[in-house]
Design a protein around this ligand. Structure first.
Ligand SMILES: Cc1cc2nc3c(=O)[nH]c(=O)nc-3n(C[C@H](O)[C@H](O)[C@H](O)COP(=O)(O)OP(=O)(O)OC[C@H]3O[C@@H](n4cnc5c(N)ncnc54)[C@H](O)[C@@H]3O)c2cc1C
Length: 353
């Protein structure tokens, strides 16, 4: 594929990883991202340079080496830090009690091995965006272009992509690193059966509120990484991460950063989160500030038969000019799985060259 241009659509962690893998073997890559900010759902804010606030993922399972390997390749492995607190609690509606290892994952609906959980979680010193910033810095200048892709039509030499603003971009092949509802829209004109199949993956919303307090405002001694709410407690706060206990460097000395996960769409998120945490953690006074992150379609949910359906999709796409799909909707929702999926997609497109 030397000298041929490959488009990567979507600049989340999957798209940026795929772009880097293609660039490394001498391919001319163009990453097309509809938003101003690359990173997709991976977003870190650093208010005043003294806090680290995550709007998407806050960490990855240390037992999965994929993201750490990428960090090493990018020269940012020394920025990896492990969790500094262990264990979590369970809010039953009246009190906080200890939560057994594995019970947390079960309450959240994840299937995670106990041994994986015992290995703990890792993150980056100044947040998950560290890896996005390193990826963007490693790409050649001009690789990342702000454009939403609205359609892809096969041509004699690859694809003609229609982008927002009315431009057309000709490429030899493409890696689609989009949420699958967006990928389906893009591929509808190419293969309606593929588009239909991709829509089988639905996405759950996520609403989190990060709240900053002075340490003395919190009346309950905070222990572990946070708490999960038992379903029978029927609380609007489904879980809360004690962000500044879980990882170092999340809040300045003498302060606490909490991140509450709320049931979707229940009133004014900031005041609801503060009111419930006030009651559960015996907080006095108002938060210093709060930051709300809404993701209407955040976490993909795979139905039974997902892997088989995706294999059929990939088989059908093999009939077209080089094209590969990757990201959270395809091969696992975690950030490490996205990196693995992206590397495989880059490889798949290259193998067609
Ligand atoms: C709140 C939350 C918490 C999470 N917590 C964790 C965690 O702790 N650990 C973990 O491992 N995983 C976690 N995850 C999952 C993980 O973060 C995501 O699955 C992963 O980051 C998705 O990456 P991606 O590149 O596949 O997709 P995305 O990040 O969704 O990127 C897709 C990109 O495509 C762009 N795009 C969309 N349509 C178009 C178009 N038509 N043209 C051009 N660009 C387009 C979007 O703007 C976006 O930038 C969490 C996710 C969320 C939302």
């Amino acid at each position: 594929m030397d000298g041929l241009k490959i488009a990567v659509v979507g600049a989340g962690i999957a798209g940026l990883t795929a772009a880097l893998a293609l660039q490394r073997v001498g391919t001319d890559v163009l990453v097309l991202e509809q938003e101003q900010r690359p990173g997709g759902v991976l977003v870190t804010e650093r208010p005043g340079g003294r806090w680290v606030v995550e709007g998407g993922p806050d960490s990855w399972l240390a037992s999965d080496p994929e993201l750490a390997t990428l960090a090493r390749e990018l020269g940012v492995a020394e920025r990896i830090i492990g969790q500094q607190a262990a264990g979590a609690s369970r809010w039953d509606g009246r009190r906080l009690g200890p939560l057994a290892v594995g019970e947390a994952a079960k309450l959240l609906g994840f299937e995670v091995e106990g041994s994986d959980l015992r290995a703990g979680f890792q993150t980056f010193k100044t947040g998950m965006a560290d890896i996005i910033e390193a990826l963007v810095a490693a790409l050649r200048p001009g690789t990342l272009r702000r454009a939403g892709v609205t359609a892809a039509r096969p041509t004699a030499h690859g694809y003609r992509l229609s982008a927002t603003g009315g431009s057309a971009i000709d490429v030899a092949g493409m890696v689609i690193a989009l949420p699958l509802f967006a990928a389906a829209r893009l591929l509808l004109g190419l293969d309606a059966a593929v588009a239909h199949s991709l829509q089988e993956v639905t996405y759950l919303p996520s609403l989190s509120v990060s709240l900053a307090y002075r340490r003395e405002q919190i009346g309950t001694p905070l222990e572990g990484t946070g708490f999960l709410t038992a379903p029978q407690a029927n609380d609007v706060v489904r879980a809360c991460t004690f962000a500044s206990l879980k990882f170092a460097g999340r809040a300045p000395g003498g302060h606490v950063l909490l991140r509450a996960f709320l049931a979707w769409g229940e009133g004014e998120a900031r005041s609801l989160a503060h009111a419930r945490l006030t009651s559960i953690l015996k907080i006095s006074g108002e938060p210093l500030w709060a930051r709300v992150f809404h993701w209407p379609r955040a976490i993909p949910v795979y139905k039974p038969g997902h892997a088989e359906r995706l294999a059929v999709v990939r088989e059908r796409l093999a009939a077209f000019p080089p094209i590969a799909l990757c990201g959270a909707g395809c091969d696992g929702p975690g950030v490490s799985a996205c990196v693995r999926s992206a590397r495989a997609a880059a490889q798949a497109v290259l193998s067609r060259g």
